[in-house]
Design a protein around this ligand. Structure first.
Ligand code: SAH
Length: 495
């Protein structure tokens, strides 16, 4: 029965602390703000109560009093309550007030610091807020002041503008992008050098981070011309100039590129993570869902060859074997073939090293790779809908072939916002022909011509042509690494 005041960091989900994730996973109640990472609540318990208290279009949807009421009631009721805030809870987050209130009410609380925007957005913009040669101090300042209060010499302000102007170090203003003209004017009036380097960072650490640079004298105009909007921090000090050399975020291979990923949900996340780590913004558009087909475990010992054609197939085959009390030992008399490295990796997780993995990861490749292997009875464990290439080829060689359908792939409906996000993406990736079919069934002709289509290999490319679309990029290596490589090369060649 504790209320945790938890910082969620500036927006990049990777900047959530381990402690924050642990508390989110355990919480009964999570009271959260708008500026938390989009995926911050993914790890919450399915039965946790999630209460949104952010601001929508400027005005608070829930008053500070109501928020405090929830914290007190749920905390006193013995629930584990996480109060999740953007950045750090004690830096312009009203966390101090909430802690005071909990203290007065005798409700136990803990504070989990988060990475504050002033430090994080600056770092992602390539600006160290302190520097041995350029800044020995840094001040975090609220720019959220009524311009009317910034009267002559800033006399009506809660801030001591002449003192801020003299501050011997970096000034980082939170909020207040709209107040930039008044802020810079006050600082110059207080004697700060008009040619001091300045930067404004919008949506720092997020894939669509934008940075504009100028001087104390010019930055207000530069930011207005670029239509910089909240959330943004404004930074003044010599360190702002270091960005010229240190801007690393924008120089990653997929920076500024939005990619829609169409795989079954579980695998889509892994691919999307890879693309994001290269700087891309991703839209997860899972076109297919895997629906397992129930049935008895096959008698593996009857076969001298077992072929697996997908990681899902491996997982579901072992589910059936485990339910029947069997393990990898039933494969001792059989050769095991995997269609590609992903399937081989899934087999390894179950203690089996594939005897055969073709160099081309399609059914034809597997047929070639099996050419010299004597086969009498083969089991092909795979999806219900699949091409007949492999069973037909083995039968032609005189083998007896059983095909075991382990799962069906069905279309996953997509939401309207998802549909719009997909249409706005620069690239869509396709990793199987069934994904292509289901994706176009759902999206229809809602995909603009300019969207670049990336295919994992020839079979998927043909499926795209069946839909009347020519793939713009085809991977030379038909696996996820190959797909990522081909996409990255395409982005580089068009830069
Ligand atoms: N507690 C938060 C600050 C809350 S005040 C923290 O420690 O970061 C909200 C202000 O934070 C915004 O107006 C903006 O100035 C800043 N901010 C929050 N997220 C930001 C981001 N991703 N990029 C730039 N500024 C951000």
């Amino acid at each position: 029965m504790t209320v945790y005041l938890v910082g969620a960091g500036p927006g990049d989900p990777g900047l959530l602390t381990a402690r924050a994730l642990e508390l989110i996973a355990a919480a009964d109640v999570i009271v959260y703000d708008r500026l938390i990472p989009a995926t911050a609540l993914d790890g919450a318990r399915a039965d946790a109560q999630l209460i949104y208290v952010g601001k929508e279009g400027g005005g608070p949807s829930v008053s500070q009093e109501e928020i405090q009421q929830v914290l007190l009631e749920r905390g006193a009721a013995g629930d584990e309550v996480v109060r999740l805030k953007g950045g750090d809870p004690f830096v312009f987050g009203r966390g101090g007030e909430e802690a005071e209130l909990l203290h007065e009410a005798g409700v136990p609380f803990e504070v989990v610091p988060g990475i504050t925007a002033g430090v994080a957005a600056s770092a992602y913009a390539g600006i160290p807020v302190t520097h041995r040669d350029a800044a020995s101090a840094v001040a975090f300042v609220t720019g959220h002041e009524d311009p009317a209060k910034l009267g002559e010499g800033g006399t009506g302000s809660a801030l001591d503008w002449p003192a801020l102007a003299r501050f011997p170090g970096t000034l980082v203003f939170y909020m207040g992008v709209r107040q930039l003209p008044a802020i810079t004017q006050q600082l110059i009036a207080g004697g700060r050098a008009p040619d001091e380097p300045a930067a404004v960072i919008q949506r720092g650490t997020l894939p669509d981070q934008r940075v504009v640079s100028g001087t104390l004298a010019t930055i207000a105009t530069v930011a207005a011309d670029a239509e910089v909007r909240a959330p943004a921090i404004s930074l003044f000090g010599p360190v702002a100039a270091l960005r010229q050399d240190l801007a690393w975020f924008e120089s990653r291979p997929l920076a500024g590129v939005t990619i829609a990923v169409t795989r079954a949900r579980a695998q889509a996340s892994a691919l999307a993570r890879r693309l994001r780590s290269l700087g891309a913004a991703t839209v997860e558009a899972p076109a297919i869902r895997i629906v397992p087909i129930d049935g008895p475990a096959p008698e593996i010992t009857r076969y001298d060859l077992v072929c697996l054609t997908s990681p899902n197939g491996v997982r579901l085959l072992f589910d059936r074997l485990h339910r029947a009390g069997h393990d990898a030992r039933v494969f001792s008399g059989a050769r095991v073939a995997a269609i590609g490295p992903g399937t081989a990796a899934a087999l390894r997780e179950h203690g089996l090293i594939a005897d055969v993995v073709p160099t081309r990861f399609v059914a034809e490749g597997l047929v070639d790779a099996l050419a010299d292997l004597p086969v009498q009875r083969a089991l092909i464990a795979r999806a219900a809908q699949a091409r007949d290439v492999l069973p037909a080829a083995l039968r032609q060689r005189g083998a007896e072939v059983d095909v075991l359908a382990l799962y069906e792939t069905v279309a996953e409906p997509i939401s309207e916002p998802q549909r719009r996000a997909i249409a706005a993406a620069g690239y869509v990736t396709f990793t199987s022909s069934s994904t292509v079919k289901f994706f176009f069934d759902t999206v229809g002709d809602g995909l603009p011509e300019r969207t670049r289509l990336v295919s994992i290999g020839p079979v998927t490319s043909d499926a795209l042509r069946d839909q009347g679309r020519e793939p713009d990029v085809e991977a030379t290596r038909h696996d996820i690494d190959g797909l990522v490589q081909a996409l990255t090369d395409d982005v580089a060649s068009r830069a």
